[in-house]
Design a protein around this ligand. Structure first.
Ligand SMILES: Cc1cc2nc3c(=O)[nH]c(=O)nc-3n(C[C@H](O)[C@H](O)[C@H](O)COP(=O)(O)O)c2cc1C
Length: 382
């Protein structure tokens, strides 16, 4: 176990102090209000918890589902929304709407989505390759944001031969962006291989004017401290490590505060959190059964490494009421200790895909013709 020797400088995102400097990564379909609430309960309210990605067009059009996704719990004091858009005007309108209607306290812009359906149209992590378009989006967002801080989250680039993060970081500084987060992978890597923390260090050197947040492969609180130490970054963004493990935020706070407390819940405690998560989802959706159905995607993450048996896993993955879920959990050997195999990577780990791009995309980083508006339609994240 490691401790950080000197006191860490405060992470400031505009008017917001994030102490310890720990951010829940936006994850589409995951980081909704119930999941953020769970993570915050474990962190004692410390840290910053970003919403799922919201597409700007859907927000401007007041799409019903989108309006639900931007709902924050009353206990969320720094309301953090992640937006994704490809058109400067629409992004600007979405930001203006957030400001005018007091919908959030912080806006993060997503430039990290590797999904082929999106990059094929020049969106997601393909977009920063077109420097002028990135600049135009950031300029419009910052102009419309007024006092709200605007941050960006991005990948290293399209592939190792077409990295974009240093230019994007510089453009972000020039356009008044408050902080940048870097996931140390290229689009081509998707979620495979290991995140390049050296790139985070290089970005920190390149844009000393603003906080740099490091992201990628933080599976434990000690990983977070190590990333801070090795890269000099100002804060960490934690994604897959907390899937089925929201108490990681408790560990992160302990680690940054210099105590050795790390949680290793027995299965009974995990089962309690599972039930609570499913309950919160049902309350949020306004329908218990739909909440439990939405919860199904989390089951395998919560049970990772525990001796549960494939039949039971299958049963748990098709439950549709809290009573059924509770009864099935009771059938497990709930005294099982936290398994060794549950630490380490979880969630998506596939990688090395060929990157789908519009024809001729890489010919000229300054030619911005051809980003189609439907690069915004997919909502599967970063
Ligand atoms: C299921 C899932 C959904 C995601 N959705 C988003 C998203 O909406 N916006 C975003 O910027 N990144 C998204 N990401 C990427 C994460 O925010 C993060 O950058 C990535 O998982 C690397 O961090 P990690 O190694 O801590 O998981 C998503 C990742 C996963 C696994």
């Amino acid at each position: 176990m490691t401790t950080l020797a000197p006191a860490l400088p405060l992470l400031r995102i505009g008017p917001h102090t994030v102490q310890p400097p720990v951010v829940l990564a936006p994850m589409a379909g995951i980081t909704n209000a119930p999941f953020r609430t769970l993570c915050r309960e474990f962190s004692g309210g410390k840290g910053l918890f970003v919403s799922e990605m919201i597409t700007t067009r859907a927000l401007v059009e007041r799409n019903e589902k989108t309006m639900q996704l931007i709902h924050f719990d009353a206990s969320e004091t720094t309301r953090s929304i992640q937006l994704y858009g490809v058109d400067p005007v629409t992004v600007g309108k979405a930001v203006r709407m957030i400001v005018d209607e007091d919908l959030a306290d912080h806006i993060d812009l997503n430039f990290g989505c590797p999904v082929p359906k999106v990059t094929r149209k020049g969106g997601g992590s393909a977009l920063p390759y077109k420097r002028p378009l990135l600049r135009a989006i950031l300029r419009e967002a910052v102009a419309q944001a007024g006092d709200l801080p605007v941050t960006i989250k991005m990948r290293k680039g399209i592939d190792d031969d077409h990295t974009t993060y240093l230019d994007a970081g510089r453009i972000a500084v020039e356009e008044g962006v408050t902080a940048v987060a870097l996931h140390g992978r290229t689009t081509a890597q998707h979620y495979g291989g290991t995140a390049d923390w050296d790139a985070i260090a290089r970005l920190k050197e390149h844009v000393p004017e603003i906080p740099v947040l490091g992201n990628g492969d933080i599976w434990s609180a000690d990983d977070a401290l190590r990333m801070m130490r090795e890269t000099g970054c100002d804060g960490v963004v934690v994604g897959r490590g907390c899937l089925g493990r929201p108490w990681l935020f408790g560990d992160l706070v302990s680690a940054f505060e210099g105590t050795g407390t790390r949680q290793a819940p027995v299965l009974r405690q995990v089962a309690d959190v599972m039930l609570r998560h499913a309950t919160l989802l049902g309350e949020w959706i306004g329908d218990e059964s739909r909440g439990v159905i939405d919860f199904r995607k989390h089951v395998a993450w919560y049970l990772k490494g525990f001796a549960v048996g494939s039949d039971m896993r299958r049963k748990l993955a098709v439950t549709s009421s809290l009573e059924e879920l509770g009864a099935q959990l009771q059938e497990l050997d709930l005294d099982q200790p936290w398994p060794d195999g549950a630490d380490g990577p979880r969630g998506r780990t596939s990688g090395n895909n060929r990157v789908a791009l519009p024809d001729g995309w890489l010919k000229d980083p300054y030619d911005c013709a051809g980003v189609s508006a439907d690069a915004e339609l997919d909502t599967s994240g970063g």
